[in-house]
Design a protein around this ligand. Sequence first.
Ligand SMILES: O=c1ccn([C@H]2C[C@H](O)[C@@H](COP(=O)(O)OP(=O)(O)OP(=O)(O)O)O2)c(=O)[nH]1
Ligand SMILES: [Mg+2]
Length: 143
Amino acid sequence: MNIKIINHSTHPLPAYETAHAAGMDLRAFTPEQITIKPLQRLLVPTGLHIELPIGYEAQIRPRSGLAFKHGIGIVNSPGTIDADYRGEIKVLLVNLSDTEFVINDGDRIAQMVIAKHETISWDSVDELSDTARGAGGYGHTGK
Ligand SMILES: O=c1ccn([C@H]2C[C@H](O)[C@@H](COP(=O)(O)OP(=O)(O)OP(=O)(O)O)O2)c(=O)[nH]1
Ligand SMILES: [Mg+2]
């Protein structure tokens, strides 16, 4: 499938790093170096605008290497890019470590997964079907 993209950054388009990867890495587009202090959150520009087909979304997810080695997460993970959004894709990073983290222009800061989704209508009813679980949740099946 082809998706329209405008790249205002100076970096290559997001690409799958391996043959069967689900996510394409997103690069920071920030001519000036960015420093994220411990527990600080920051919107990082990518310079990218996309036109998703109706019925598709893009999910902005953390990279596990950055999360494990540097405590870098995404506050609203997974971020949702709607099919009707035409603005710049940005990544809402958070530094969950106790040391500053530096982002340089072009660093791969997150990954984007393109996914199908349903658009539904509600049927308002008075009762839902019976199941063995019923209302049990929050660990009611034990550890
Ligand atoms: O990580 C993200 C999440 C969202 N967006 C953009 C695309 C998305 O379509 C739009 C709105 O996002 P969302 O619906 O999550 O935020 P909201 O707070 O509900 O804003 P809005 O009222 O504009 O929908 O912001 C990003 O660029 N990065
Ligand atoms: Mg919204």
